[in-house]
Write a protein that binds this ligand. Sequence first.
Ligand code: GUN
Ligand code: ZN
Length: 420
Amino acid sequence: MSAVVYRAPMLNPRGADTLDAWADGGLRVRDGRIEAIGDFDAVMRVGEAHDHVEVLEGVIVPGFADVHIHWVQHPVRGAFEASLMPWLREHIWPEEMRYADEVFAAAAARRFYTDTVRAGTVMGMSYSSAHADAVRIADDARVGDWMTGDVVMEHGAPEALTRASVHEAIELDRRASGLGAERYVVTPRFALNCTPRLMADLGAYARVGGFHVQTHLSESAAEIREVLREFPEADDYTDIYDRAGLLGPRTVLGHCVHLSAREWAVLRARGCWIAHCPSSNEALDSGRMDLEAVRRHGIPYALASDVGAGPSHSLLHVMQRFLEIHRAADVAVSGTEALYRATLAGAECMGRSVVAGNLDASKRADFVLLPSPGGPLDAEGWIGEWTRGAMHELENRPLATWIAGERHDPATVSVNPPPP
Ligand code: GUN
Ligand code: ZN
């Protein structure tokens, strides 16, 4: 097949403070992969005469990765005013019970992927409900490179969401959904829904099967008080997961808002990732993650929306809240870092950075066209421009998104047809 060369300005994040930029860029794509990137003229010189050139109005950046989102909370994102524990118990668990209904779940999944692709998200890690079938339904409707897992809950929640023998249940779930480690993530919801025995089983299960693990850690002060009452033998919240063998380089911990020096050191020693959810923490008034400590301890992190506590699945909105919240606390954060944390860092967190996350040659051609701010190339200024504006405006700004080289226009996102 011949290649297509896209011609537009391009930004290619390479790290927290490194980014390549081309004012007149060329991106050669063949068979869904990036063959070359650079100055348009240079990319054309080493190409073939019959390469097709497409000039795009806008700026090309990598597609976004969202490493912590509850797809089953998408219809009620930002809908309830409450702090974490009442929000969960009074609003979210009743909402998640609806996913026992496969028709409801399938319609919600189609809507979820339509909306995330329209907002430029091409990959991520999601939490499903407690129902094994909902994991399969989400994967059937999947658009992009996603992992998902049913939240495992043994107690402390309505009976309809809890299971007695979880170790057996999770094996059943995986068989039911037919997913392997590339698509399935082991998901103990959080310490308050799990016994030490259950968490140890899940930790062993993940280690043997090479699965990612995702859970919530130290999100709100009230949650932490409840956790420490329930686990009096633990040094702290992190210690509960550590004793269970749940912490490792494939573990992604949502929030980490209130951690002690000992806990940061444990996360560092185990190689865990943090899913940093600034818009969610703001919405539930959970607090600000101590970014200075994260940096001091060298703990890797990626940005995430945490919809539905996060009020929007738009990573542009998450980047905006990231920049504003930390700057308001006099912590320096750059647009370059925000873009890296919303793209390549997410792919690193998911173990996919060899094949995805930015526009390097040989990677999957996942990219988004953002509106051109005009004027000379100014990466920081442009990122600032893209993340300015009201949440609904950012979320509803329809973006053309390419996944594995295939263009998804806002109106024509290819989801499976509705069930008969
Ligand atoms: N802690 C346990 N479950 C949840 C959830 O669904 N959302 C958030 N933000 N925190 C949690
Ligand atoms: Zn969450």
